[in-house]
Ligand binder design. Sequence first.
Ligand code: NAD
Length: 336
Amino acid sequence: MTINVGVVGYGTIGKRVADVVMLQSDMKLIGVTGNSYNFRMEIANSKNIPIYGVEGTDKKSFEDNGIKLAGEMDDLLDAVDIIVDCTPKKIGKVNKEKYYVKKGVKAIFQGGEKASVAEVSFVAQCNYKEALNKDYVRVVSCNTTGICRTLDALDKAFGIESVHATFIRRAADPGDIKHGPINSIVPVLELPSHHGPDVQTVMKDLEIFTTALSVPSTLMHMHNITVDLKKEITAKDALDLWKKTRRIRIVRNAEKIRSTAEIVEFARDLKRHRGDMPEICIWEEGVGTNKKKLFYMQAVHQESDVVPENIDCIRAMMGFEDAKKSMDLTDESMGL
Ligand code: NAD
């Protein structure tokens, strides 16, 4: 069976999801949406991706630049089995009511939407089966995806009593010229930060408390995590576990990867598409234990870690039952 997929919102996340959909032998990218002509649209067009207009699309800007739109949102919805909505936060919810529910089309939302937009909040390794055959699922944010991946492995292997984590967030994405800070460290003056409750939408029984701050960087987020485990383990036990867990990569000070900048450079040297690092990177030398407490530091590439989740989520919602097989297919296609 071929799954016909549409991507609504062709920005940081949407363009990456669209590219990886095109790599799947069981999926077909029917098209993406465009608001106005820009370099992303030019590239979509050069890849022969059909571009559909939405309400308010500046059609003339496309015409003036020689791009013929394939149709309107309704045409896209008529041609797909599922939409991956990658619009900015709050727009997904509007689109759900305005389009997807009316047309009876399944839709995936992103982490900028509230959990209530969907029936399930999703991280493939944690709860693939909960998304089976669902109509509306939310792939959680980059931060929530990142911490769920590494905690889920620990919880399954050793059992977790509780977690305290600090999220050091990049101020903006590399292509974003509007957000900051550019010369400040900005604490989130809300405790817990929204991340802890968001993690609990996936790992429902996990006791977790989070704090967060933003720093002037665009490359990656960092998480400093303290886990109270149910049993005493060594740092090596944790590292051995993560080494065999998919979508996690152990990086080492010993190989001179000491910063998020060097991880991004490393991803480029690996010839990763767009220099992406969808795996969560844990520093080997940054893992320590004290009795039943485990400390670790991880870096999250916000632009790409949720991309494999979206692909697995498509399969789960279309009824593909074998979670492992789906993740194998996705990872293989992305070279993970
Ligand atoms: P973005 O701003 O890079 O891209 C959004 C795209 O949607 C743009 O191309 C914009 O033109 C288009 N758009 C705007 N309004 C639209 C509408 N009404 N209909 C159709 N398209 C419309 O945003 P992003 O960073 O890709 O974020 C998308 C979602 O993914 C958000 O929920 C965000 O919270 C989440 N997310 C973002 C990141 C990240 O680091 N960028 C990481 C994980 C999750």
